[in-house]
Write a protein that binds this ligand. Structure first.
Ligand SMILES: [Mn+2]
Length: 272
């Protein structure tokens, strides 16, 4: 069947993710890959704010294998919430040396941390999470979790950015981890008056015709509240596509097909 798809910001809502993948032919009703040679990208934030983040991670891990075996691919990028959860697991309430007002555990709680996600983390989860990329360039689409230029603080080339983040996630340095979390938590880089220019510059640096991101709920860019039928928001003069529907606030799971202009197959979230 082919096709290039992206989805983001599941935040523990496994059921709506599986229903959406199933409705679009990428999995069966039980979440097993039926997408053939399709390519699916997860843009991060599997955990926090929802009932079962680890189940979402485990689905992404399994689909990676199942899709590859079928000649397709399912690839997971990290979001800021993965770094937050991992940082909490590593450093807990240890204060940040440069700013002792802060620590990972309190920040995690304030950002929707779910205790069963933290307590259930296994070595397998940790190995997988700390070896994921944070950004990708696929068929002219620059895929990343956060609407920030902070990725460029690591490097000015996609592979180098991923290598740098991966190296940092294997460094036992609290300050480095805190800085990584902070960089990926910034937002709105492309929604100001200069948004088109900021996006154009980032695309010129890293390559690609448009940026596809999650992290910032589209309704906050568009104005108004989250509704169950919100569509992805294309903005910054058309250079940027926001695919975070705000699942945890009752918004849709916005699975977008990037190789055609087909609208996403939206499935109302009955999982809450
Ligand atoms: Mn995020």
């Amino acid at each position: 069947m082919g096709g290039l798809y992206a989805v983001s910001d599941i935040h523990g809502h496994l059921e709506v993710l599986v229903a959406t993948l199933h409705a679009n032919g990428l999995t069966d009703a039980d979440g097993h890959w039926t997408g053939g040679d399709a390519r699916l990208w997860f843009l991060g934030d599997y955990v926090d704010r929802g009932p079962d983040g680890l189940a979402v991670i485990e689905l992404a891990m399994r689909l990676e294998d199942e899709a590859a075996a079928a000649g397709g691919s399912a690839t997971a990028l990290l979001g800021n919430h993965e770094i937050l959860l991992l940082g909490t697991q590593r450093y807990g309430e240890t204060e940040i040396p440069s700013d002792p007002r802060f620590n990972f555990a309190v920040n995690w709680i304030h950002n929707g941390g779910v205790i069963t996600d933290l307590e259930g983390l296994t070595e397998e989860h940790l190995d997988w999470l700390t070896t994921r990329d944070v950004i990708a360039s696929v068929d002219g689409h620059l895929l990343m979790h956060s609407d920030t230029t902070g990725y460029l603080l690591w490097a000015d080339e996609v592979d180098q950015i991923n290598a740098a983040v991966r190296a940092e996630l294997h460094m036992p340095d609290l300050e480095t981890w805190w800085e990584a979390w902070t960089r990926l938590t910034h937002r709105y880089a492309f929604s100001g008056e200069d948004g088109h220019e900021v996006a154009r510059t980032m695309l010129a640096t890293l390559g690609g015709n448009d940026i596809v991101h999650g992290h910032t709920i589209g309704a906050t860019l568009r104005g108004g509240g989250v509704t169950a039928h919100d569509e992805p928001v294309r903005y910054a003069g058309g250079l940027v596509l926001d695919i975070d529907g705000g699942i945890y606030l009752g918004g849709p799971c916005q699975l977008v097909r990037l190789d055609t202009q087909e609208p996403p197959g939206l499935v109302p979230d009955g999982s809450r």
